[in-house]
Design a protein around this ligand. Sequence first.
Ligand code: GRF
Length: 204
Amino acid sequence: MEKQLNIGVLISGSGSNLQSILDACSAGKLKARVACVVSNRNDAYGLERARKAGIPALHLDHRAYSGREAYDEALVATLREFEVELVVLAGFMRIITGVLLEAFPMAVMNIHPALLPAFPGLHAQRQALEYGAKVAGCTVHFVDCGTDTGPIIMQSAVPVLEGDTDETLSARIQKEEHRIYPEAIRLYSEGLLAVDGRKVTIGA
Ligand code: GRF
């Protein structure tokens, strides 16, 4: 059988992006499989999605650890146990440390609901609305030690419409998230992403 990339997905909530990745895997669109899903919250619906797909779903409670680095050491141990090669952050509401990044160099991805470098951090959709932006969107990027600052892999733009609320804009953005995150993972899994400083090029 063809070699499949082992992905570990980290979540804290609904896991709709996780679902889009699971769906892409089961549709045979990715040379990858989700080896495990880890949540820092026990009530994350994404854990349920993983279980339904027959994938190990683990709760690793950050409150049980003395600090961010100790927590990340536990994450790394778990990800190693499942032979994870690419770590995918999908709504993981934790700041990660060098411990995770050094264990998976240029192999941690995140999706952010804004066109970075605009509106990093929390509540990006609300930030865009309050700023009066006419265009919003989402960004898949490699994670570095800053907040939403790593090299950009893919972006997709959506319009901000008159009368948009946080909910309507978020829903429009999420549709694009569910399209570009599996696509970025596909490119990675096929060895088509090259990183040179801040620039990521997509090979043929
Ligand atoms: C998404 O909006 C993503 O951009 C952000 O967190 C949210 C996760 O949503 N990082 P879900 O849990 O995948 O539904």
